[in-house]
Design a protein around this ligand. Structure first.
Ligand SMILES: [Zn+2]
Length: 261
């Protein structure tokens, strides 16, 4: 190897880019050539940080890659979190559904209550299930007669909900009104609508009248009662309304049952 070739290869040799064979030849030459050795020492001393910088570069690239990996992992986690939150939201967020008279079934069942609720209610349509004492009490007027209202809605598998009942004075007459509604979740809305076409909601059997306001000092005072269907999201918000505002909501609602209880 000539001096000129060695000098030409020197920068690559210092950077460790020459082949093992060439490196060996250069090493041998340097050991025996003072001139090339001096050039080697000079070049090495003027670029002392090359190797260190390269190492730094390598680490920088490594860090970058690690950062990208970390970000990838983070975005995968974020996608999963969004999916799970989305599913929970669509399954829990309920949407009030509009009234459909063809799907709503209303059945009135005459029943008997004790004034102090000792018997709860007795279904008078089920005479076989009525014991002798109870029938006697009904006949003698010791048990109060009340209507239970059975509400069900075709195409929904969850029960409806209702506002707190309110007794309102309307044109000098006392009327007890209640607002009723059914809801679906976004999950239900995304499913084919005919999936539940044959199912019926869990029925609410008279519960909407099962409030102690019907009994005044242990005596049941029959009064005009009305159940309206109202497509409303927040039933609790109705509690904040004045009696007049509460009653005025009838304009936006559908009457589903009316009678004396
Ligand atoms: Zn030389």
């Amino acid at each position: 190897m000539t001096c000129s070739v060695v000098k030409e290869l020197m920068p690559n040799y210092i950077d460790g880019l020459t082949s093992d064979e060439t490196s060996e030849d250069i090493k041998k030459h340097l050991a025996s050539c003072e001139s090339c050795c001096a050039v080697y020492e000079y070049l090495r001393s003027t670029h002392p940080s090359d190797a260190a910088e390269k190492k730094k570069d390598m680490e920088f690239v490594k860090d970058l890659k690690a950062g990208v990996q970390k970000r990838k992992r983070r975005s995968i986690l974020a996608v999963f979190a969004i999916l799970i939150i989305g599913i929970l939201f669509t399954r829990r967020y309920s949407v009030p559904i509009p009234f459909d008279a063809n799907r709503m079934f209303i059945e009135t069942v005459p029943s008997a209550f004790t004034v102090n609720d000792e018997y709860g209610w007795v279904d008078l349509t089920n005479i076989d299930g009525l014991d002798f004492q109870e029938s006697k009490s009904v006949l003698s007027g010791k048990l109060d007669m009340m209507n239970l209202v059975w509400l069900s809605y075709r195409g929904i598998h969850n029960a409806g909900s209702w506002s707190k009942g309110r007794t309102i004075s309307r044109n000098g007459e006392k009327v007890r009104g209640i607002y009723y509604r059914y809801t679906k979740t976004l999950w239900d809305l995304m499913l084919p609508s005919d999936l539940f076409a044959q199912s019926e909601s869990a029925s609410n059997y008279g519960e909407i009248y099962g409030d102690s306001a019907a009994f005044n000092g242990g005596v049941h005072e029959p009064e005009q009662r009305e159940i309206y269907y109202l497509q409303v999201r927040n039933l609790d918000a109705l509690d904040e309304l004045s009696d007049k505002e509460y009653d005025a909501l009838r304009q936006k609602a559908a009457l589903i049952w009316s009678g004396v209880n």
